[in-house]
Design a protein around this ligand. Structure first.
Ligand SMILES: Cc1cc2nc3c(=O)[nH]c(=O)nc-3n(C[C@H](O)[C@H](O)[C@H](O)COP(=O)(O)O)c2cc1C
Length: 482
């Protein structure tokens, strides 16, 4: 098996080699594939396999859909070329955080051509309906072609190339919607073209290396290139080709890429969509239309898709956003951050916990206020909780114990009003265009001045517990002590 995968196909091969891929034939694009994918998540939880659907009714054999590329810790670890086993989620967050500390960004490398150019269709030959685009549920506004995509756009002033995952509803053979929440980087770039009365060039990968999805779907700082970060993690640049119509750099080894334009005033109703909040929060409204000028795909292309579930065991966004928030707190000069977890059950955004080793008066409140307003933390943050470092922030049992026993609600909870939210937030009322949220800052640390005198917590000391665990580990792993 190769150490680092080069594209989605090699990733799938690796997952299959590990026994973590299930091939499914004959499931229907009309709700059945999505319902099956959802069942796997709820029943298998941390052991959810990746799913590759083929022989989809109404579609050519070989035109496949791939679900669940990053919905388990092993999948993220494999994508980043890390060891696959971790004792706890926090150990994996620490591994990602350490990677960010040493990461050397590597800009993409231009090549003349690549597998994505095996089929290049333009004009009347483009028919997006040939792809097995899933309908997730009867309550959706339509079939969604872009749910695990990479939308590539270039800032018209600086030339910075941004990648983001933004949803795309299929309108017809040659056009889609492109929903981007206000303030996202893709939104800001598109806004610049529109304010100048110009069409905005867009290229979209609809099937790509999960390493690109890892960065496209998370809030890396403004001006940072996701291609460069992905290249840094791989240790080799991502190979890109200039797209024939827009000249935007597209991954040479992608499965499917479409390129074209959003034009000022060209709008069409989009949604509802089953969103990451677990609701159809933003309902349906007029959004920019994306008109496709070129469709490129490999032979037997694989469309990547992702299901947003209202409560899931794990999601790569929690992991990446935890590590990104941790990095931003350090960048703000705050010492002794020991762990960060952004709960997937709250959309990896609404409920965030940070563990610190308190070193000075006000340390805990400083963490709360800064975390609430970092680039990574501000968008749809609703709860920030700070705990001492004897608490694992990814263990909700321990977090609740700290909140119950170390937080005096009348003095240890503060609020911020009119903080950043999104039209997708079910508590934001669309008719008023009121996209603010209030934010609760919960100090669940032992009061700093009482650290030495606070009652001792029950249980073995962590050091002794570790020692005993090492000695008796076999008991917990169901092995004999031979
Ligand atoms: C699978 C997936 C789908 C997403 N869909 C959307 C979407 O439809 N609209 C949106 O604004 N953000 C969406 N996001 C979140 C953005 O991708 C994320 O905020 C990312 O940071 C955006 O890139 P940017 O920071 O460069 O704007 C999605 C994320 C993932 C992982």
């Amino acid at each position: 098996m190769k150490a680092v995968h080069n594209d989605l196909r090699e990733w799938i091969e690796k997952a299959e080699g590990l026994g973590k891929l299930v091939r499914i034939r004959g499931a229907h694009w009309d709700k059945e594939i999505a319902a099956l994918a959802e069942l796997f998540c709820y029943k298998k939880k941390f052991e959810t396999p990746a799913l590759l659907f083929d022989e989809i009714p109404g579609h050519a054999k070989g035109y496949r859909i791939f679900f669940h590329e990053l919905i388990t810790p092993w999948a993220v670890a494999m994508t980043m070329n890390f060891p696959l086993e971790y004792d706890s989620l926090m150990d994996l967050v620490k591994a990602v955080h350490r990677k960010f500390e040493t990461l050397q960004a590597l800009p993409p490398r231009k090549v003349a051509t690549g597998p994505v150019m095996e089929n290049v269709l333009r004009g009347k030959d483009i028919n997006l309906l040939k792809l097995p685009v899933p309908l997730f549920s009867e309550f959706d506004g339509g079939r969604y072609i872009g749910t695990s995509d990479c939308v590539i756009m270039k800032d018209p002033d600086s030339g910075w190339v941004n990648l983001g995952s933004y949803r795309m509803q299929l309108h017809d053979e040659q056009s889609t919607g492109l929903y981007i929440s206000p303030g996202k980087h893709g939104y800001l770039i598109r806004q610049k073209y529109f304010e100048r009365g110009l069409p905005c060039p867009v290229a979209v990968c609809l099937g790509q290396d999960p390493l690109l999805s890892l960065f496209a779907g998370n809030e890396v700082p403004h001006g940072t290139g996701e291609y460069d970060l992905a290249g840094g993690v791989r240790g080799a640049p991502i190979e890109v080709i200039d797209a024939p119509e827009t000249g935007l750099p597209i991954p040479a080894r992608a499965e499917i890429v479409i390129e074209g334009y959003c034009t000022p005033g060209d709008l069409r109703a989009e949604g509802p969509f089953p969103e990451w909040t677990g609701y159809y929060g933003s309902s349906s409204r007029e959004e920019p239309v994306f008109r496709v000028k070129t469709l490129m795909h490999r032979n037997d292309p694989i469309l990547t898709a992702r299901h947003e579930l209202r409560s899931k065991s794990f999601d790569f966004r929690s992991l990446m956003r935890s590590a990104l928030l941790w990095k931003e707190l350090e960048r703000a000069g705050i010492p002794e951050i020991k762990g960060v977890w952004r709960y997937e059950q709250a959309g990896s955004r609404f409920f965030n916990v940070i563990a610190i080793n308190q070193r000075y008066y006000g340390h805990a409140r400083q963490v709360l206020h800064v975390a609430a307003q970092t680039a990574a933390g501000a968008y749809a943050g609703r709860w920030v909780v700070v705990v001492d470092d004897d608490i694992d922030p990814a263990n909700i049992d321990e977090v609740l114990w700290a909140m119950g026993t170390r937080c005096q609600p009348a003095t240890d909870i503060e609020f911020i009003n009119r903080s950043r939210s999104t039209p997708l937030d079910p508590l934001c009322f669309d008719k008023n265009k009121n996209y603010y949220t209030s934010l609760a800052l919960v100090d669940a640390c032992i009061p700093y001045e009482e650290k030495a005198s606070f009652p001792r917590a029950t249980g073995a000391t962590p050091a002794y517990s570790d020692e005993v665990y090492k000695k008796w580990r076999w008991l917990f792993e169901g092995r004999s002590n031979e």
